[in-house]
Design a protein around this ligand. Sequence first.
Ligand code: SF4
Length: 209
Amino acid sequence: MHEALASYYSSIRNGKVPVAEGVLAAFSDAFDEEMGKEPVVLVDEGQTAGDLKDEGVKLVEAFLRDVKPPDRVFSVESAFACDVVTPETGEILEEQLVGYLDAVVEDAGKLVVLEHKTAARAWSADQLEYDLQVSLYAAVTGADLVRLQVLTKTRVAKMLVHDLVRTEKAQVEAVSVVCQVLKAIRAGAFWHSRGWQCKECECRALCTA
Ligand code: SF4
């Protein structure tokens, strides 16, 4: 999905009008490539790879139908790495905060970070208000807002768009959470957090031993 959306925003960044066929082809190529690689992509019981691909095509079509092109695209899939500074003491930790921004754009005179998600249902008000990743993106980039574009797998697929603004207090709180978690890890705290991420976790062998 990210490959498809990246191709859409890359076209705009390169001064071209995105073409639906090109965006759908980017999805199809990326899907086929990923399905042929290790680790194996698991599908739900009773579902085939073809079903999964059809579901993905519907989400890309929903994106193309619902998206509002931004005025400018500054970057697509750009990596960032920045220091983690403890809010209470100003101490710079040895770890860095790293990630990728789906796209950074200008829209109606505002600097906007775009973040895409796929979801089975609409995000709740609490998720939208407190999501840690959104708060950290706001803190890292200083953007006016983070635009969350949620491709929702309802009966008729649709894209729900949320323009989220985080106060300075919320941004500081998010960085503080990161610092507290790092502190807990250094102190030896560990608990199993089973989920989709386990399939690709480098600690899997140790964790399941
Ligand atoms: S396999 Fe990795 S992600 Fe899953 S519980 Fe263990 S450490 Fe956590």
